[in-house]
Design a protein around this ligand. Structure first.
Ligand SMILES: O=C(O)CCC(=O)C(=O)O
Ligand SMILES: [Fe+2]
Length: 280
């Protein structure tokens, strides 16, 4: 009898431990976010951006799901920001994604990092982070109540012919049943992405490949199904230095092609928010 009671106690203790551990893992997943210190659009207002991103650009973003704006940096600012990116290159690391998915190295940077990024890189971060304020000001119809992360992603694709990023969507639209509860909870930051903003820090006359290939029904007009495969039509964006691209994170599938000749740098910020229309 004593033996049975002891055995039950051990089993109950073991089950309680397992349940507590499971709850702990789920709580960690549910509360995991890099947006804890994010700001609202108004707090990130950046006046120099008002002369770069216009009402017409926001209308174009609504209509085509993408807009490309060139020469947003002066040659001097671009050179300084590029120099800063190159300095950071040595401490950039592969992303936690599967190595089959992307082969770039990345670094999360923000204005108040312990090391000073210099005026040019800070200007670039402020330009990107200022975008949601203009989305609001010009009544962007696709999403609202934007959340602006403090951090931007600096990415480097080395010109090794193999560093690329497979076709993907920046917003996670996969249902819980497909991802599993844990993966789904962990992806909460990605489930609310609405707009992607990328600023390229390469030469303005870049010829090193590394195009950003956009797949999207509404950009087909300019796209060209060059290889005739079943990928459908696409639009290739050359990552020229000083080029800013905004696209709908919930709709525009894209991939990065391999570059050659030179290191390819991109600074990216993803904005979360509430989609006004549901994704199909
Ligand atoms: O660098 C680019 O052009 C796009 C990178 C990208 O798709 C991403 O980091 O999610
Ligand atoms: Fe992406």
């Amino acid at each position: 009898m004593n033996y049975i009671l002891r055995r039950i106690n051990v089993d109950v203790a073991a089950m309680s431990l397992i349940a507590a551990a499971a709850v702990g893992v789920l709580c960690e997943a549910a509360t995991r976010t890099s947006l804890g210190d994010a700001q609202n659009a108004r707090e990130c207002r950046y006046p120099p951006l008002s002369s770069i991103v216009t009402r017409a650009h926001i209308r174009e973003l609504e209509e085509n799901n993408v807009v490309v704006i060139d020469n947003v940096l002066s040659p001097y600012t671009l050179r300084c920001a590029r120099a800063r990116a190159e300095m950071l290159g040595s401490i950039m690391e592969p992303s936690p994604n599967d190595v089959d998915v992307r082969q770039d190295v990345i670094l999360s940077i923000k204005e108040d990092d312990e090391y000073d990024h210099g005026d040019a890189m800070i200007h670039c971060m402020r330009l990107l982070r200022g975008v949601p304020h203009l989305l609001d000001r010009f009544d962007y119809a696709t999403s609202r109540r934007h959340v602006v992360p403090r951090q931007c992603q600096l990415a480097l694709y080395r010109p090794d012919g193999g560093s690329a990023y497979v076709r993907h969507l920046d917003r996670c639209n996969s249902p819980m049943v497909e991802m599993g509860l844990l993966g789904w909870l962990r992806a909460s930051d990605y489930r609310h992405r609405v707009v992607t903003a990328i600023l390229y820090l390469n030469s303005p006359e870049w010829t090193g490949g590394g195009e950003l290939r956009l797949f999207d029904g509404s950009v087909d007009d300019d796209g060209d199904d060059k290889d005739g495969d079943d990928d459908g039509k696409y639009l290739d964006i050359v990552p020229s230095g000083g080029r800013l691209i905004l696209f709908d994170s919930s709709r525009v599938e894209h991939q990065v092609l391999a570059s050659h000749g030179e290191d390819r740098y991109a600074l990216t910020c993803w904005f979360n928010g509430d989609l006004v229309r549901e994704t199909e």
